[in-house]
Design a protein around this ligand. Structure first.
Ligand code: ATP
Length: 476
């Protein structure tokens, strides 16, 4: 039997002397809104004691109750438990009472009508606000104490970069929230790997289900995510649950969302806003019980400017945003990753792990890795597959890097009409330019002449001769 997880992490207390109303609302919350961490209290005299002994962060308070009035209780709660969001519910449509309650610190005010939808949304809003407050506190605490609790969740992510460690701390702070997570970064930086860590950290018992949404036709998108009932369209011979249902109690990972069609963006936005969806051919909505994590290598800011990504969806997605830096921005990870992939490659190819030549890391640091970690991984697997001696040959690496210009860690390429020297500048002489170029190459290659020569497109002996000549000139 599937054990039902409690949502939200803190309790929601419903206070009303009408037992029937309490029961009805509890059921509506659990069935249509997935909120099941619900407590009930039908005696106003017990509320303060209940709050003192339970982890309650949202209270729904009926104003018209015997014994202690709702307004009086509201005063006490906001004084003694300022961390609790109180939603006031009144039987009469009294603007004056509403204004007074808001002044006393209520989070929201509703009139007890049949319009349950609005009330459910109000409760959702309060839960979301408390979740964000919790995350902020946790984040502050983690950053100030440089704390990291769940090392295991990050075991597959090899890094020693301080920036990435900060990302881990951020991930821990937002892991338990029900809000979506947006992961951005260039292709091959490890977005899928990070999404799996987010899932592990969430502590959810369900699976993580990954869907690549790039280029999906809108109908296919809806069918994949929402599923369909039998006979929903020609060929729908059996009912098929969507990926949302398969990810129940877990995480739905939508990859490449930058390439999603506009109609599908509208569907995703609705799903995030309402929390409900309609499988094709079904009149009754279903409630989503999975956390959504999305990823893209595209710049969503650029796409919004071009009008190909909806702003409202972006703002809904970016509450929790993780940006993974490119490999060239965290070069201190290179030796670790190199060693990690050499171990994996040697194991899978059943070879003895070779020793990498000293210059290899320096050579790799001079490269800008457009394909990031995935590219490095492929290079190492290639090198190990052809490797024979004890020391790993640099040849395959040199070839891979040489084939893909720009091979140097060069500044971004200049536009067609941009000149290397400003027209007002005096040009350096050829000798000065050559010397400056050689100095720069030696510095980038960290003093390694073989690598510097490669960068300059000359042989190592030829570079050595030039260096000797210029030293001699200085001595003269
Ligand atoms: N820090 C890391 N430690 C170990 N392996 C990594 C790391 N980062 C990435 N990888 C590996 O690199 C490969 C590419 O990673 P992944 O598929 O997660 O990238 P991505 O950002 O999702 O790429 P794309 O945008 O193309 O989908 C995978 O094999 C992954 O395991």
């Amino acid at each position: 039997m599937m054990t039902e997880e409690k949502y939200p992490e803190f309790g929601v207390l419903l206070v009303d002397d009408e037992k029937l109303w309490l029961r009805g609302l509890s059921m509506a919350l659990a069935c249509s809104a997935g909120i099941n961490n619900i407590h009930q209290c039908d005696d106003s005299r017990q509320v303060m004691n209940y709050l003192a002994t339970h982890n309650i962060r949202v209270v729904l308070l009926d104003l018209t109750m015997p014994h202690i009035s709702g307004e009086e209780l509201l005063k006490q709660i906001t004084q003694e438990h300022p961390e609790v969001a109180v939603i006031v519910i009144s039987g009469m449509n009294q603007l004056e009472t509403a204004v007074n309650c808001m002044k006393l610190g209520a989070f929201d005010y509703f009139v007890k009508t049949n319009e349950q939808e609005r009330l459910l949304k109000g409760i959702h809003r309060a839960i979301r606000m408390i979740e964000l407050q919790n995350e902020n506190h946790q984040m502050k605490d983690r950053f100030l104490n440089d704390k990291l609790d769940s090392h295991d969740a990050f075991a597959d992510i090899i890094t020693q970069d301080k920036g990435v460690r900060k990302i881990f701390q951020y991930m821990e702070s937002v892991a338990r929230s029900s809000q979506p997570v947006l992961i951005t970064g260039e292709s091959g930086v490890g977005k899928e790997l990070f999404s799996r860590a987010v899932h592990t950290l969430s502590g959810r018992s369900g699976p993580i289900i990954a869907v690549n949404v790039a280029g999906l036709d809108d109908n296919v998108f809806a069918d994949t995510l929402f599923g369909h009932v039998k006979g929903a369209f020609t060929g729908a011979e059996v009912e098929r649950p969507g990926m949302i249902e398969q990810a129940a109690n877990g995480t739905l990972f939508l990859d490449e969302i930058g390439d999603m069609s506009i109609p599908s963006q509208v569907k995703l936005l609705r799903l995030l806003q309402e929390g409900e969806y309609f499988p094709l051919g079904r009149d009754q909505p279903k409630w989503i019980n999975a956390r959504i994590v999305v990823a893209t290598h595209q710049s969503l800011e650029e796409k919004m400017k071009a009008g190909t990504f909806r702003k409202d969806l972006y703002y809904r997605l970016c509450t929790h945003h993780i940006h993974i830096p490119a490999l060239r921005e965290r070069k201190e990870d290179l030796p670790l990753l190199l060693d990690h992939f050499m171990t994996l490659a040697a194991e899978s190819l059943e070879k003895k792990k070779p020793t990498p030549p000293k210059e290899l890391v320096t050579l790799l640091s001079s490269y800008h890795f457009p394909g990031n970690v995935r590219e490095l991984r492929a290079m190492v697997y290639d090198a190990i597959s052809v490797h024979k001696s004890k020391i790993l040959s640099m040849e395959t690496f040199c070839k891979a890097i040489g084939k893909k210009p720009p091979a140097l860690d060069a500044p971004p390429s200049r536009d067609g009409d941009e000149k290397l020297f400003a027209s007002s500048e005096n040009l350096p002489t050829l000798t000065e330019a050559t010397e400056a170029l050689i100095d720069e190459a030696i510095e980038r290659a960290q003093g390694n002449q073989t690598i510097a020569a490669r960068m300059l497109g000359i042989t190592q002996p030829s570079l050595s001769n030039r260096l000797k000549r210029s030293r001699k000139k200085i001595q003269e």
